[in-house]
Design a protein around this ligand. Structure first.
Ligand code: RP5
Length: 164
């Protein structure tokens, strides 16, 4: 996994395993396009529970404004992260080998009332949309990010052909 760290990250990208990086790199790469600094960490809710709790609890104090958490299977990372912070937590379910990500999706999205996780689609498109959503949250007070998001939407519209 390539080192992913900005000096003053605004988004913390967490993943339960190094094997999630191929999907979660889409979060990091999308944020980079919008000029949003981020850092990526492998933190497992069950393999490294103490480190996960410590990282999340310290995140807001370090200037992080949004957390994106990706995990697969019995995917409790986003929920555990949300339990340790009032920062917005965006969940990305990984596509799993056994159930194609349905397990990850349900584990991430079905949080009991009281501790929210904003859950995105399974896999790469979910990772991309989580990054776009994080950028949209930050765009509320960052005009540069807001402009880049508007231009991205314009380019997307312009790329749709009139005829097949
Ligand atoms: C989860 O278990 C991870 O988020 C990953 O998606 C899945 C499998 O992990 P590995 O066995 O590949 O480390 O905790």
């Amino acid at each position: 996994m390539a080192a992913q760290a900005s000096e003053n990250p605004l988004v913390g990208i967490l993943m339960g395993s190094k094997s999630d990086w191929d999907t979660m790199r889409n979060v990091s790469e999308t944020l980079e396009k919008f000029g949003v600094p981020s850092e990526s960490r492998v933190l497992s809710a069950h393999r490294t529970p103490k480190e996960t709790a410590e990282y999340v609890a310290a995140a807001a104090g370090r200037g992080i404004e949004v957390l994106v958490a990706g995990a697969g299977g019995a995917a409790h990372l986003a929920g555990v992260a949300a339990a340790h912070t009032t920062l917005p937590v965006l969940g990305v379910p990984m596509e799993s080998a056994s159930l194609k990500g349905l397990d990850s999706l349900l584990s991430t999205v079905q949080m009991p009332g009281g501790i929210p996780v904003a859950t995105f689609g399974v896999g790469r498109s979910g990772a991309q949309n989580a990054a776009l959503f994080a950028a949209a949250l930050l765009a509320r007070k960052d005009v540069g990010v807001r402009d880049r998001l508007a231009k991205y939407r314009e380019a997307q519209s312009a790329a749709v052909p009139e005829r097949p």
